[in-house]
Design a protein around this ligand. Structure first.
Ligand code: CUA
Length: 178
């Protein structure tokens, strides 16, 4: 009798402890799942990676074949605002690599970016422009070039043997704005 009481207590204790452990494991897993979903949502919708994509296409080459992406790829939309239709291909940017993109200082530019083959990273050094060029998807990002100078478009996602040479130029001309 005297030995059964501590045993019963211990059994009871383990039973309760086990229940607490299960509850807290569940809470921890639920918390991780919620944080993971919030992180994914943030990256997709807010961070600019594939943010503000306009359409998905069944044929990944469709966007690069659209009329807007042909020719110079530059369309003036206002006194000093432009739409630029940018295609990344292994291993060049159009416009940018063969022909630099030249715009006046103060230009407000919306880049529409896609890929003609594989994933590329569209990053313009010295600016906040950084998004992934995805075949079948058009992502867009806006930026105002307040300073004159040469800005390099670099590919920041490994895309094959010529990745490190996938460089384009944006030349902003004119005097610095006050
Ligand atoms: Cu394109 Cu790396």
């Amino acid at each position: 009798m005297t030995t059964s009481t501590p045993d019963a207590f211990e059994d009871q204790f383990h039973h309760v402890a086990l229940r607490h452990e299960r509850v807290w494991v569940f809470i921890a897993v639920a918390l991780i799942a919620v944080l993971f979903l919030v992180a994914v949502w943030f990256v997709v919708h807010d961070y600019g990676l594939v943010a503000k994509t306009t359409q998905f296409y069944s044929n990944p080459n469709t966007p690069s074949q659209l009329a807007e992406f042909q020719g110079s790829g530059v369309k003036q939309t206002g006194p000093n605002s432009y739409d630029v239709y940018e295609i990344g291909r292994a291993w060049s940017w159009t416009p940018g690599t063969a022909t630099p993109l030249t715009l006046p200082v103060g230009a407000h530019v919306t880049f529409y970016v896609t890929s003609g083959d594989v994933l590329h990273g569209f990053e313009v050094q010295g600016t906040s422009i950084n998004l992934t060029a995805i075949p079948g998807v058009v992502g867009h990002v806006s930026y105002t070039f307040d300073k004159p100078g040469t800005f390099y478009i670099v590919c920041n996602e490994y895309c094959g043997a010529g990745h490190q040479a996938m460089i384009g130029k944006i030349i902003i001309t004119g005097a610095k704005q006050s």
